[in-house]
Design a protein around this ligand. Sequence first.
Ligand code: PRP
Length: 212
Amino acid sequence: MRPIRIALTKGRLEKDTVAALERVGYDCSELHDKGRRLILRIPGSNIEVVLAKAADVITYVEYGVCDMGVVGKDTIMEYGGSFFEVADLGFGRCRFALAVKKGTDFYSGYAEKTVATKYPNVARRFFADKALDVRIIKIEGSVELAPLLELSDGIVDIVETGTTLKENGLEVQEEVAPISARLIVNTASMKLRKRELEEIIGNIEYAIGQKG
Ligand code: PRP
């Protein structure tokens, strides 16, 4: 049988995930010294680590080529999918917020509003819940530009420290949802490799709990 494969989100969540695995006692030396490699072993364990982009973590877990994954709630909210979300890992904490140019009010006036976002599904649901018709424009990154260039009245985006908003003359108007890293598991793996997965999940949860 192949090793248990864990897909990790490259970038922002990577460091905290590796730190959590190290607290469990896993040897993450390959992950520290990975160069451009994307599949890494944890010596002394039956675990293989795969480094992928956030949305692809979900895809690999859904198709079962990875048994588990670590991905942000932001990605889960945007892309959905069928898998088990087994734990809130507590790191990667930030939030989705509706932000506008400082001093402006997104909801003022009667004209239809426009929102720019990397997360059109999240934004659409947020305004649908308020029964508001809002035009959504998908932007690939640096969404803060959209209201500055007057493409949109506001943005729905991730806010972590708030620095990006502040340095660009924007401010949070309203919270949309809290975000943190989640551990997800393929539904078939959960049945077929239950014992191995439960051990890993338990170890990670214990290590996370020990931290705080
Ligand atoms: C995210 C987000 C904000 C910024 C928020 O962008 O879209 O731009 O981080 O962080 P802060 O509140 O700590 O300033 P990211 O760095 O992922 O880049 P991108 O928007 O260009 O994809």
